[in-house]
Design a binder for this molecule. Structure first.
Ligand SMILES: [Zn+2]
Length: 253
């Protein structure tokens, strides 16, 4: 690391669990963020600030005025622009020392090959069941750890899925598609901005912990935040033997 990097990350490096070696690990890491909306805004901001060396962003949406109360990566001037382009510009203005690749496309099994190349961690910032299920399938098939976050009105949840540790997966928590109501929750029922910030921050923290092998991941349990009640809760989740996504992996070995 050069002198400027040492100064920029000095408060990280001072943490004994991270230190200079941990900061170098972050610099040499590659992450793929699927979705640059509310969760993506927070996760990407913290990860670019933390000096994650290679950040790949996938999103095919456009910034709208109604995004701005929670998607704090974007500004008034970005309304009408492609999210990936605005995200890259704003992240580089925060930290020009990180490498940012953007893809204005959908993330699915067909397109994922190039998008997860050399990826150390996949991050799910999408807002619908089909995408979340598909991202998890790709993560387990390719043996890439996945950070999952979900939101609904005042509440949010976060969890780490790690195929190598044979952890639970998205399909173990949500075996059945709850339908359109789940997918259009933000649109139809609203969402409080700061809950997005809480969950996005937890996701970014899990990424940094995982990449530096620090602390304990939120794994095989779901951590939930209820903003209205001012409560965090943990729910242990068992692996489902009949899970479509991770049960095949279960049978290996
Ligand atoms: Zn599963």
């Amino acid at each position: 690391m050069n002198k400027i990097e040492l100064e920029r990350y000095t408060r990280h490096i001072l943490l004994k669990e991270i230190g200079g070696s941990g900061q170098k690990l972050l610099k040499n890491s590659s992450i793929t963020m699927v979705g640059a909306g509310g969760l993506g805004s927070i996760v990407l901001y913290y990860l670019a600030a933390a000096g994650i060396g290679n950040i790949r962003i996938i999103d095919n949406d456009i910034v709208s005025l109604s995004n701005l109360h929670r998607q704090i990566l974007f500004k008034n001037l970005d309304v009408g622009k492609k999210k990936v382009i605005a995200a890259k510009k704003n992240l580089l203005s925060l930290n020009s020392q990180v490498n940012i690749e953007i893809y204005d496309e959908e993330f699915n099994e067909k397109s994922s090959g190039e998008l997860i190349k050399n990826c150390n961690i996949l991050i799910d910032g999408t807002d619908n069941y089909k995408s979340k299920s598909s991202i998890c399938k790709i993560a387990f098939k390719e043996t890439i750890p996945l950070i999952y976050g979900g939101l609904s009105q005042w509440e949010g949840q976060v969890c780490v899925f790690d195929p190598k540790s044979k952890s639970i997966c998205f399909g173990c928590i949500f075996p059945n598609d709850p339908g359109q109501e789940f997918d259009d929750s933000c649109l139809n029922f609203g969402i409080i901005g700061p809950t997005v910030g809480v969950i996005g921050s937890l996701m970014a923290a899990e990424v940094i912990k995982f990449l530096t092998s620090t602390g304990k991941p939120i794994m095989n349990k779901v951590l939930t935040y209820d903003c209205l009640q001012g409560e965090f809760q943990e729910f242990l989740v068992e692996k489902r033997n009949s899970c479509d996504i991770c049960s095949d992996l279960n049978n290996v070995n």
